[in-house]
Design a protein around this ligand. Structure first.
Ligand SMILES: [Zn+2]
Length: 522
C-alpha cells in the first residue's frame, strides 16, 4: 500500500488560532482525506510549538506555570480541529517527553559530528523584554520592536548549526528536485536567498529557561528551529524504541508533504533540509508554501482587531461552506481574501444556486417521473454523450490537480461539471419528456446521467465538504458504498433508489439581512 504523510506547521501556543492557521490545517485535511480515498495509508500530523520566551513571559504575566499555560492552549486548539472536522492522526506537542527526548538526541548527535559547535552569539538585546532581535526585526531606528525602547549589543555563548557547510549541497538538491519547493516563485526566493550567502545559525539560548535543555550543557536551551522542526520526525518515532512509522512514512514513504505559510518558508526550505543532511536522514519531503488569508484591511492582526475566527463563520454558515470558501478561493501561491460579502456571494452562487439546485431539482424529478428508481439505460444522444465526456475530462483533471495540491483548479473543474449538468437539464427538458410515454427511455437516460454527475461530484467534493458529501450520498441511496477514487467514473451504478424527501442543502442568503445580523453581533 502506498503511503502519504502530510503535516501542518506546528502552531505557536501563544494565543487563539485564527482563520489563517485554520487554512493550513484545512488544506492538509483535504489532502489527507483525498489520499485516503485513493487508498493511501495516510498519516496526518498537526501540533503545537510550545517553548520560548514569549510563552514563558505570557505564563508569568498570568501567574501560572508555562506548562499549565500551554496545556490550555493545546486543549483549545485540538478542540478547534475537532470542530472543524479535521482528521489528524496525531497531535504533537513540543513539551511532550516523546519529543523532548528526540530533540536532545538530535542535538547531541549534531554536536558529536561537528555540525553544531559552541561559539559566541552577538545580538541586539532589549533588557526590559529580555529578548534578542535580529537586525531585520528591529525598528528602523534600532529600537525594540516590542516595547520601542533602545536595545544594546550583547554577546552570549551559543551553539551554532553549520549552515555554511551545506549551502552548496542544498542548492544542488533544490536544482535536482524541481518539485521540492512549490510554488515556483517561492523556490526562486529560496534559491536567491541561499546564493546571497548563508551564515551559521544560533540554535541555543541561555537567556530564558522554558525550552529543551541541551543534555551535555544544560544551561543552554535548544532555540526554536531545531526544537520545532524536529516534530516532523519525533512524531514518527525517529530515534525512539519504535521507528516503524518513521521507516514506513518517511524513509520508505511515497509522499511526504509539509505545508507551511510563506512566512516560515525559509526555515523549512533551508534549515530543515540542512538538519536532515547533517543527521544523514534522507530528504523525503516536498514543501508547499501558501499565501496568507487576508482581510479587507490587509493582514489580520490582533492589534488591528480584524481577526476572523473560523468557528464564527462555521457556526453561522456551516462548516462545509467555510471549508469550501477557503480552499476554493485561495490559490496556492497567492494571498486570498476573506470578506463576508464575498463569502456570502460565493455561498449563493456556488452552493445555493449551482450545487444545491442541481441536487434538489434532479432528485425531485427522479421521484416525480420514475418513483425514485434510477436505472442505467442504453438510450443515448449527443447531450448525454457530451456529459459522459465532460465527466471523464473533469475527473482526470481533478485528480491531477488534487495530487499536486492544486485544489482551486480541481474545484474549478468540479463546478464546470455542475454547470454542465444544469445546462443538460435545460437541453433535455425532462418535464417535457415525461409527458410523452414514447420518450421514457430518453427520460431515464437523462435522469441516470444526472444521478451519475451528482454522485461523482459528491465524491470529488468529499475531501473539502465531507458532511455535505455524506448527505448527498445518503440521498442517492448509496449509504457508504462506492467511496474511492476508482468510483469516479461514469456508469458505476446499475440501479439505485434515491430518497423521497431531499432536503435543501444550502438556503440562499440575503446579503442585506446578513449584514444587519453581522453588525448587531459586533
Ligand atoms: Zn523591549
Amino acid at each position: 500500500m502506498k503511503t502519504c504523510y502530510v503535516t501542518t506547521p506546528i502552531y505557536y501556543a501563544s494565543g487563539k488560532v485564527h482563520i489563517g492557521n485554520s487554512y493550513s490545517t484545512i488544506v492538509c485535511d483535504v489532502f489527507a482525506r483525498y489520499h485516503r480515498m485513493k487508498g493511501f495509508d495516510t498519516f496526518f500530523l498537526t501540533g503545537m510549538d510550545e517553548h520560548g520566551l514569549k510563552i514563558e513571559t505570557a505564563a508569568k504575566n498570568k501567574g501560572i506555570e508555562p506548562q499549565t499555560f500551554v496545556d490550555s492552549i493545546a486543549k483549545e486548539t485540538s478542540d478547534l480541529w475537532k470542530n472543524l472536522n479535521i482528521t489528524n492522526d496525531d497531535f504533537i506537542r513540543t513539551s511532550e517527553e516523546r519529543h523532548i527526548k528526540v530533540v536532545q538526541a538530535i542535538f547531541e548527535r549534531l554536536i558529536q559530528n561537528g555540525d553544531i559547535y559552541l561559539g559566541q552569539y552577538e545580538g541586539d538585546y532589549c533588557v526590559p523584554c529580555e529578548a534578542f532581535f535580529t537586525k531585520t526585526q528591529l525598528n528602523s531606528d534600532g529600537t525594540c520592536p516590542d516595547c520601542g525602547r533602545p536595545t544594546i549589543k550583547v554577546k552570549e555563548e551559543g551553539y551554532f548549526l553549520r549552515l555554511t557547510k551545506y549551502a552548496d549541497p542544498l542548492l544542488k538538491y533544490i536544482k535536482e528536485h524541481p518539485t521540492f519547493i512549490q510554488p515556483e516563485t517561492r523556490k526562486n526566493e529560496v534559491v536567491s536567498f541561499i546564493e546571497q550567502g548563508l551564515e551559521d545559525l544560533c540554535v541555543s539560548r541561555t537567556s530564558f529557561k522554558w525550552g529543551i535543555p541541551v543534555l551535555s550543557n544544560p544551561k543552554h536551551v535548544v532555540y526554536v528551529w531545531i526544537d520545532a522542526l524536529s516534530n516532523y520526525l519525533s512524531a514518527l518515532g525517529y530515534l525512539s524504541n519504535d521507528e516503524t512509522p518513521y521507516q514506513k512514512y518517511w524513509v520508505n514513504g511515497d509522499r511526504v508533504i509539509h505545508v507551511v505559510g510563506k512566512d516560515i518558508l525559509r526555515f523549512h526550505a533551508i534549515y530543515w533540509p540542512i538538519m536532515l543532511m547533517a543527521l544523514e536522514v534522507p530528504i523525503r519531503f516536498e514543501l508547499i508554501a501558501h499565501g496568507w488569508v487576508m482581510v479587507k484591511e490587509g493582514k489580520m492582526s490582533k492589534s488591528k482587531g480584524n481577526v476572523v475566527y473560523p468557528m464564527d463563520v462555521a457556526r453561522r454558515y456551516g462548516l462545509d461552506a467555510m471549508r469550501l470558501y477557503l480552499v476554493k478561493e485561495m490559490s496556492l501561491g497567492n494571498d486570498g481574501i476573506f470578506t463576508y460579502d464575498r463569502f456570502i456571494e460565493k455561498f449563493n452562487v456556488d452552493l445555493a444556486n449551482d450545487l444545491g439546485n442541481l441536487v434538489s431539482r434532479s432528485i425531485s424529478m427522479m421521484n416525480k417521473y420514475v418513483q425514485g428508481t434510477v436505472r442505467k439505460s442504453t438510450f443515448t444522444n449527443e447531450f448525454s454523450q457530451d456529459v459522459e465526456c465532460v465527466i471523464g475530462e473533469v475527473v482526470l483533471g481533478f485528480q491531477k490537480a488534487f495530487d499536486a495540491f492544486e485544489f482551486q483548479d480541481g474545484l474549478e473543474l468540479v463546478w464546470n461539471l455542475i454547470h454542465r449538468a444544469n445546462k443538460y437539464i435545460d437541453e433535455t427538458l425532462p418535464w417535457g419528456l415525461a409527458k410523452n410515454p414514447e420518450k421514457m427511455a430518453e427520460l431515464e437516460t437523462v435522469l441516470y446521467h444526472l444521478y451519475e454527475v451528482i454522485r461523482i461530484v459528491a465524491l470529488m467534493i468529499s475531501p473539502v465538504m465531507p458532511d455535505t458529501a455524506t448527505i448527498i450520498y445518503d440521498e442517492l441511496g448509496l449509504n457508504g458504498r462506492f467511496l474511492t477514487t476508482e468510483d469516479m467514473m461514469y456508469g458505476v451504478i446499475d440501479e439505485a433508489q434515491v430518497t423521497q424527501k431531499p432536503i435543501v442543502l444550502f438556503k440562499r442568503l440575503d446579503l442585506e439581512e446578513e449584514f444587519k445580523n453581522l453588525a448587531s453581533d459586533v
